[in-house]
Design a protein around this ligand. Structure first.
Ligand code: GTP
Ligand code: MG
Length: 385
């Protein structure tokens, strides 16, 4: 009896994860792949076995890692090479398998070696080679193909990454600035998976922006959603910090953090995740400027940040970052009312254009460009032979 009661209590204690926290977003998948075996040759007639098929990953705009989950706990095997026969002396090669994967995927092998990255549509990485077919070099015996466990790790490719505490208004800004329709609500962790929106300008220029789940104090020790999603800002060109002008308080049990403190904490969390991230250009947008007294707080925060090296000693150690970010711009906005959102939109474009110019200094002279283009057209165009 005691035993049964114990079991009942044990069942009660198992925590069932809340449904809404079970995100459908997948950013890492492990697969088992195998190249096809080469066909056997025919020594009597010098016949060659067909080469085994290979397994490739190919970049595709419409693919998503969820599609890959059907391959879990299975081995993806390419076709085997055909054996050489009296009636067909050279065996056919085995069929290849092309796995469509989303853009932004890095392919790792089990030993951690990077097999390749997929950034553009059609980018291809070979993940398991087929075995060679039987020929005189291998005594006409076909070989096995490669077998690997591979990991597909997705990092969103976006121009701008939104970083901020929960409830700061990241999703509201994405909604105001692009045509994306993220969920917005007045409680922390409304966003539980990264979203991407496209900002379109009048001249049809497009810039992509990634909205990430909120980051909180202690994310490096896995508090909140932790650092799990920060890898998605690694491949962005520019970071946009969003801070609530009124600061943040997770619950009455937690310390209230002012706007300036949240900015410093974001700086610290990014530094603890990867100090390299601090080398990216960062713009700070202070949101909810429509609230009472926001102008005064904005002025104070701006003043403190311009003078931060002098006051950093007075800041408590638990929120003090070692390397301070120097913000390219500090702007006050109201994502809800739309004020200054247009200014921010233009500013983001300008900063990205400046970055593109910096990283692409050799501008080709127009006459040389014409020559180069003509040569390309000649190579590819119709030719009379
Ligand atoms: N007054 C005011 N409220 C705003 C503004 N921007 C957003 N809010 C409100 O702030 C709350 C949180 O907004 P979200 O856009 O969901 O915030 P978030 O940063 O995406 O939050 P998480 O997804 O939880 O990390 C919502 O109730 C919004 O209506 C603003 O400019 N002014
Ligand atoms: Mg959100």
């Amino acid at each position: 009896m005691v035993f049964i009661t114990k079991i009942c209590y044990a069942v009660k204690e198992i925590k069932i994860p809340r449904n809404y926290l079970r995100s459908k977003f997948l950013d890492s998948v492990r697969l088992h792949v195998k190249g096809g075996t080469g066909g056997t040759g025919l020594p009597k007639f010098g016949g060659l076995g067909g080469q085994g098929g290979c397994v490739y990953c190919v970049g595709s705009e419409n693919a998503n890692l969820r599609h890959m989950s059907k391959y879990r706990a299975k081995t993806i095997t390419a076709g085997h090479g055909e054996d050489s026969r009296k009636t067909k002396i050279v065996g056919n090669p085995g069929s290849d398998i092309k796995l469509e994967v989303p853009l932004g995927v890095t392919v790792y092998r089990e030993d951690g070696k990077v097999l390749g990255t997929i950034d553009k549509e059609g980018d291809t990485v070979i993940v398991a080679r087929g075995g060679p077919g039987g020929d005189p070099d291998n005594n006409f015996l076909g070989h096995f193909g490669q077998i690997h466990h591979i990991r597909l790790d997705l990092k969103l490719i976006a121009d701008i990454g939104l970083v901020g505490f929960p409830n700061a208004g990241k999703s509201s800004l994405l909604k105001a600035i692009s045509r994306a329709k993220p969920r917005i609500a007045n409680y922390p962790f409304t966003t539980i998976k990264p979203n991407k929106g496209i900002i379109q300008y009048e001249d049809l220029r497009q810039i992509s922006m990634a909205d990430l789940p909120g980051l909180i104090e202690g994310a490096h020790i896995n508090i909140g959603l932790g650092h799990k999603f920060l890898k998605h800002v690694e491949r962005t060109k520019l970071l946009l910090f969003i801070a609530d002008v009124e600061g943040f308080r997770l619950s009455p049990r937690h310390t209230k953090r002012t706007c300036l403190e949240t900015v410093l904490l974001l700086n610290k969390e990014l530094e603890l995740y990867d100090p390299e991230l601090l080398n990216k250009p960062v713009i700070l947008a202070i949101n909810k400027m429509d609230l009472n007294g926001a102008e005064d707080i904005f002025g104070e925060v701006k003043e403190s940040l311009s003078n931060i090296h002098n006051i950093i000693e007075k800041i408590p150690e638990e929120i003090r970052p070692e390397n301070l970010i120097s913000f390219q711009d500090i702007i006050g906005i109201s994502a809800l009312k739309g004020s200054s959102v247009e200014d921010l939109k233009q500013l983001l474009r300008k900063r990205l254009d400046d970055l593109a110019e910096e990283s692409n200094p050799d501008i080709i002279e127009p006459s040389r460009l014409l020559k180069k283009n003509r040569a390309i057209v000649r190579e590819r165009g119709p030719q009379i032979t």
